[in-house]
Structure formats: structure tokens, C-alpha cells
Design a protein around this ligand. Sequence first.
Ligand SMILES: [Zn+2]
Length: 393
Amino acid sequence: MIDLKPGLSPIPLAIEKNYTTIVTFISMKPTNAIRLFAFLIVQNFGVAANCQNINDLKLKDFHPVSIYKTPQTKIERAKYPVIDFHSHDYPKTNEEIKEWVKTMDEVGIAKSIILSYSTGARFDSVVEKYQPFKDRFEIWCGFDYTGYDKPGWEQHAVEELERCYKKGARGVGELGDKGLGEFYSKPTPGWGLHIDDPRMKPLLEKCADLHMPVSIHVAEDAWMYEKADSANDGLMNAGTWKVDMSKKGILDHDQLVSTLENAVKNNPNTVFIACHLANCCSDLSKLARLFDTYPNLYADIAARYSEIAPIPRYVHDFMEKYPSRIVYGTDMGVSKRMYTTTFRILETADEHFYEQWLFNYHWPLYGLSLTDETLKKIYGDNGKKISEYQQRK
Ligand SMILES: [Zn+2]
């Protein structure tokens, strides 16, 4: 990932430089003063040319640097051993996997779950690729939607799920529906097929039989449904991830969360992990209600650090209330700085810091300052509980 951290603005630098020059100017001999005066004109002309015209400044070019002298905590390693419930098959070569394992060792990630989305030969090749590192990675498969519009598909899909299980899949994911159906699975998307579709039931029941948790992404966060205009609170990402609600048959945010709720309710023996806090970051009361109602639901916090860090006290209380239902996840590549940034947000009480290079939002972040008991559960204990469930067949 590219480090886009911006440099210092030229404006405060120019003021600081010129103050020193003026003090020097007053205290020097006249001949030197003339030379310096000429230099100052040239220098200031240069500074003026470098200055940004703020009337033309675009939000995408707004890279503020915090000037607050407040505690800056450097976290090199997670406080407790971590299971990452939301990663993907990023490395291209064996060497790159080795590099990744080295980073995992440095930052304290004991195991990463690779959500492969895949079935068939594609799934087998991912398993093969991570075979030498199988104590550090768990590969989860997708659902096979090939021929889902034809009768008898369910049977075929269940057989493929069992085959993947025998190959080593210990969970399913990442399933993904942004309104038009389950389109994340490879090689075949299931357009029009939502998680609560009756045709999905045999697959979800088979997941319960095999003790395979289902990791599922529904909808997007609320910013992506609002108009991408000057009033949009999360504009930078709202533009990039905008959901086009004009598409025929598309479900909106709450309808998608309802499809998840129906599936969780109708399959009480299946364990579900709602990716990205069920994309309810701007209104966590929706997820709280689901947690209160359904004991078979977990949520991962992958790629939503920047959505929760602007409201640290509210999210702190939410996580302290549901510490046994939330699991750590990343979904943002494999860099060391990515991992340590997530730890800083979860563990510290640091205030008003920017990590635009990773999250793209223009807003400052605040640490959640979670208690040790909660951190321990989110990082690893809940993952261990899920591992025990997977093995308890
Ligand atoms: Zn993902």
C-alpha cells in the first residue's frame, strides 16, 4: 500500500522562516541589510508562488496535520495474541507469504483467516498455496452458485460445500450482498439470491452440521447511501463506494440488514459473523438489537476503524457491552503499519490523529481505550471460542 501521508503545509514554515529573517535584518549592518532585503523579495515571491489558494482547495487535497501536543502512543505489537477473522489472499508468491508471516510474528497475529470467496479448483489452489503455513492460516470457502437458477442446484451446492470442507475449509466467506444478491463468490455470482432466500436454507443448515461459521457482508455504511455532496459527513469514501439505488430490484440498507436478520433467526444452529459491524457504524443500536436477540451472531470490525474512531466514547461503551460478540479483523492488506494503526485505535486514548493514507476519510481519529478484558476477548478469546465450536463435531 502506498504511504500517502502528506508533508507539512508551506504556510506555517514561511511565517517561521520570515520571523527569524526580520529579527536578523533589524540587528545587522546597512550594506548587508540591502543584500538581505533583495534576498527577502526573491524568497517571498517564491513562497507566494508555493502558497495554496484555499478558495480552490479540493477536499481530496485536504491533508491536515494535527498540531496538538497530546500523547502519541506507538504500539508495535498487539497487547494479546490475535486471530484476524477478515483477511484475503493478498500475496502473489511463496516469498510474499513468508514476508507476511514475519510481519504477523512481529505484530502479534497468531492466525489469519483467509476469506477466499472460492469453490472448485480455485478454492483448491488457495489451500495448496498456504499448505506450508497451515498452522498460521485458515482458508474459508465460498458457496458455489453455478446453475442456481435451475432446479436441483441446492443439492449440487451442498456437495461442493462438503468437498471444500474435506479439503480443509472450516468456514464460509466472505459472502457479500450490496443489494442485488450474493455476488462475492467465485467463480459464479448469485445475482438476485439474498441470504434469506429459501434456496439458501440447505446450505446454511449444512454449515451448522459441519460447524462452519458464515462470514457475511451485507449493505454498505450509511454514508454510501446519502447524496455524495457537500453535506455528506464521509464524503471521500461516500463518493468511492456510492451505492446506486436506481438499479432495478436493489435492496436498501435496512432491507439488507433484515435479510441477514432473517437468516440468523431462521438458522439458530448456524454461527454468523457480520462483516464490518454489519455496516451499521453510524447507528450501532441496530447491531446491538441483533446481538440482544440472536446468540448465534458475531461481528467483525474489519475495515471500519475509521468509521468508529470519530465517536470513541460511544463505541467504547458499545464494545464494552458486547465484548463476547466482536472479533478482530483487518481486510486492509498486510503492511505492518496497517496492523499497528488498528491496535492504536483499539488500545490507546490518543486523540485527534490522522491516518488518511489507510482510510481515506479527511477526519481525525480517536483511540477507543478498550479495557484489557475486552481487548483480550476481541483479539483472541472469542476466536478461540469459535475454534472450539469448529472442532466440536
Ligand atoms: Zn473482505
